[in-house]
Write a protein of this length. Structure first.
Length: 237
């Protein structure tokens, strides 16, 4: 095996041990929780609750990535990173490999959810493939922003600001939706919604949106990795 890859995998295994230090079952439980909850909600015809479940799912997978940072900062495990025979750049690469693993687990969770919705005959099952792709894209962009911040600042500061920003965006979205609903006539809203549905059903847009999504996610991860390396190389362990 290439020495560089061996070094990256060594750092990745250390991070995975940190994630599973509270018990190996919590990660599989997180993967299975979303399919079970969403399928149960759909079977009970309470689809309005699924948005909250998806928001919680993104938070869980962000937490998987944040845990090694918490482990190092709260337990002084970061000192060990200066002693192990793995370069700092390879340590960052190992953590980004953990990021991609988290995205893969989110994908598995989405596929299981899609299968569960199909089994119970949920009305939105046919659209869930597109929703899953959007969730993974949002996750990749979000963690691309968070990773450099966690290398630069304490995990407490990043966690607090993350919750503040997410709550602010949620309140802004709800307030904006309420304002639009109150100010715009229902006929206009229905016409716009029909146009959006028609646009979403245009199969010609699928490859274009796919390319744009892959390109933006790859660019975000590449920039994030370079910034994280710069912050970590300048950090005193």
């Amino acid at each position: 095996m290439n020495p560089t890859m061996r070094s990256v995998l060594r750092a990745y295994r250390m991070d995975w041990h940190k994630v599973s230090s509270q018990g190996w079952m919590w990660v599989p439980a997180a993967v299975l929780a979303v399919p079970v909850l969403v399928t149960a909600v759909a079977a009970a015809h309470m689809e309005a609750l699924t948005g909250g479940v998806f928001g919680a799912a993104i938070y869980i997978y962000v937490l998987i990535l944040m845990y090694p940072f918490m482990y190092e900062q709260q337990g002084h495990g970061g000192w060990l990173n200066g002693l192990i025979p793995v370069s700092r750049r390879h340590q960052v690469a190992g953590r980004y490999l953990l990021l991609l693993t988290s995205a893969g687990l989110l994908l598995v969770s989405c596929l299981l959810t899609w299968a569960g919705l199909a089994v119970v005959g949920a009305a939105g099952a046919g659209y869930f493939g597109g929703i899953s792709v959007c969730l993974i894209w949002v996750y990749l962009i979000m963690v691309s922003l968070l990773c450099p911040l966690m290398y630069r600042f304490s995990i407490q500061k990043v966690g607090i600001w993350f919750m503040v920003v997410v709550l602010a965006l949620c309140f802004a979205a709800v307030g904006g939706l309420a304002a639009v609903t109150a100010l715009v006539p229902k006929a206009v809203l229905d016409r716009v919604l029909d146009e959006v549905v028609a646009l979403a059903g245009n199969m010609m847009l699928v490859p274009i949106l796919t390319v744009i999504g892959i390109a933006t996610a790859a660019l975000a991860l590449a920039v994030s990795f370079r910034v994280s390396c710069r912050f970590y190389l300048a950090k005193e362990l």
